[in-house]
Design a protein around this ligand. Sequence first.
Ligand SMILES: Nc1nc2c(ncn2[C@@H]2O[C@H](COP(=O)(O)OP(=O)(O)OP(=O)(O)O)[C@@H](O)[C@H]2O)c(=O)[nH]1
Length: 473
Amino acid sequence: MSFLNKYRKITDTVILFLLTFFFCYVGGHLRLPFVFSMFWIANAVIAGIFVRYPSTHRPINYLVCALAMFLNDYLFSGWLYSAILINTANIIFIAIVALGLKGLWKHHSKQLTPKQVLILFPVCLAAALASGIWGGIVSTSGTVASDIVINISLWVSEQLSTGLMILPLILSFKRSKKFEWQYTSVLAVLSVPVLFLFASLIKGPGSIVFPLPILIWCALVLPVFISTLITFLVGVLEIMMVYEDIMSNHALDSYPEAMALVSIRLGVAAMVLTPFMVSVTIDAITTLNKQLEIRANTDFLTQLLSRAGLFEKLSRLPLKNGQSVGMILFDIDYFKSINDTFGHQAGDEVLSDLGYLLRRDYKKKFYIARFGGEEFAMIGLNICQQALYEQAELLRQRVAQHEFSLGDRSLSITISLGLAMGTTKSNEGWQQLITRLMSQSDTRLYLSKAGGRNQTTPNWSEGSLLISDQRQT
Ligand SMILES: Nc1nc2c(ncn2[C@@H]2O[C@H](COP(=O)(O)OP(=O)(O)OP(=O)(O)O)[C@@H](O)[C@H]2O)c(=O)[nH]1
């Protein structure tokens, strides 16, 4: 929610006032035959905003939200003194959630963690109990104990279920990463109404958990926010369907039966957290796997591919028969003397700077890897001999002209290169092809070194024939 900007505090306060007023208005119009609302979402929404955008969590905003609640009750229900007492319960809920989750849900982090989800339940329960006990007592007109118990139960169950449905939605909003719809994700979403149809046909107490497997499926294949949104809609629909007698046969509009509504709400509250937990856990595992993969396949110093990373990357590409593949293998000349003269740290800086140069100028045309020490390999696909040679020569000249900065001084280096061209053969995979090209380019690299360094030696003769391929045939 970019409109909640920490530099625009007055605007934020106005927005919070309007949001509170709006959601109280909606809640007020969802009142059951008895005094309570079917869904009172204002508290969870405001608490969620306070947690998600900590700059809005200020005493003045509590006051403004309370004012909006009071004004709504005064205007639409004609309450005055009782509005102050009842809305204190709402502020209690908001305060406990906001303080209980404070600092645990970072605004900028894209990643939610299972620990954050675990803390959500006890905090919501504490907030619902505290606000429900207060709200249940002050909203009971007589002193009949059973009325107070029912009112407290209705209040607690409503706040708990609404809190557990709304808070995940706000807390996961705009955190989703890049996502592409696949047929499994579409199928999962389409299965939700089918399950509802099934539940409305079978009915009975068990029908409330019918959607759970589908919600878990959604949690596995959809981004956290979308899966949470579906869970929220399912939870709301279930409560509505039970209330409207579509899913169960309770007459919920009289007092004793109201406990059935309490039961359904608690059931929904217990159910909605499971898909959220699955979704966040899967998301965290996927992110961790990606990070591990990047670490395993990337050379830390140069930010180029590691040798394993190069094979991994190539192995994902289809290898067509007869495709031409070129390899540039090169090595920094007299690198040991750089380490000996300027220190190992200076050597590292040269390698890192070289990595930057390679990524900047050659990443689009080649797969570039640091093979170890000061040796690098570049693989070009569908490239001809001449282009490979030109690119290698250009690289050699660029490196020779580049000034590698070492603190307040600079240094020039040269590289020696060995080139190999090959065509893919049937029954040969990337592993064999690269190994073949490596051994050929390594021999040429050795020739470049022996020939005086700072030069390029290809594995073909002037007449453009592939020397090694010729030898093999
Ligand atoms: N700073 C630094 N040095 C490294 C790293 N990896 C390998 N080296 C050093 O690179 C040097 C390579 O030395 P040599 O194999 O003798 O090659 P050279 O001095 O470049 O000589 P020629 O290749 O024959 O031109 C060794 O001193 C290694 O310690 C690294 O990650 N950082």
